[in-house]
Design a protein around this ligand. Structure first.
Ligand code: SAM
Length: 191
């Protein structure tokens, strides 16, 4: 997780969103390391958010946890200069991945950055085989685009520039990839 946080280069960040925050571990690490950043964290699952709120309360870190679906972010345009998301996208169908990528683009400030950690193209046959366990649990439909390496194409189609895989590493469940994407000053793509 520290490598993912370092990738986001948060020294000058002001407003940050952790999308699909789960129990809030990433948001709390960030707030601990960068206390001046306004950290907001969204998740659609109220029970998971309750755990996150309790953890943050006990650790005395100030994070705004909000129940929200990533497909319909309750934010104005240009709200955040960083959006980080860990292990959310492989839960979404291709249509929802597209909606979420567009929503992220909408609420990021021009010049803002998206950083995603998720399952990506398997680095070898063993990684591809191990990933079958994730697919059995999380569904073949939602995870196929990840392991096919389509997240770069997804973010580019949403309007992001300089989309790249920053690093990938093998785990016992397959290959995890860190992605980075920039919202330039360009207008939203038509369609
Ligand atoms: C595998 S967990 C990852 C949690 C955390 N980001 C982490 O890396 O530990 C995926 C999270 O995404 C949330 N999630 C799934 N679909 C979502 C959606 N459409 N909108 C918002 N959150 C969603 C789930 O409730 C869950 O907490």
């Amino acid at each position: 997780m520290q490598a993912f946080i370092m990738q986001a280069q948060l020294d000058n960040a002001k407003q940050l969103l952790d999308l699909g925050c789960g129990t809030g571990s990433l948001a709390m690490l960030i707030k601990h390391d960068f206390p001046v950043i306004d950290v907001t964290a969204f998740d659609c699952d109220q029970k998971i958010l309750s755990i996150a709120v309790n953890k943050a309360f006990k650790a005395q870190v100030d994070i705004q946890f909000v129940q929200a679906f990533a497909e319909h972010l309750p934010c104005q345009v240009n709200c955040f200069d960083r959006i980080l998301s860990s292990l959310l996208f492989h839960h979404l169908s291709w249509d929802k991945k597209q909606q979420v990528a567009s929503e992220i683009f909408r609420v990021l400030k021009p010049g803002g950055e998206l950083h995603v950690l998720d399952w990506g193209r398997a680095r070898n046959g063993l990684m591809r085989t191990l990933f079958l366990a994730v697919q059995l649990v999380d569904g073949f439909g939602n995870t196929r685009d990840n392991v096919s390496g389509r997240l770069v194409e997804l973010f580019e189609a949403a309007g992001f520039s300089q989309v790249s895989e920053q690093q990938s590493f093998n785990t016992v469940f397959g290959t995890l990839v860190h992605y980075r994407a920039l919202k330039g000053n360009a207008e939203l793509p038509e369609n």
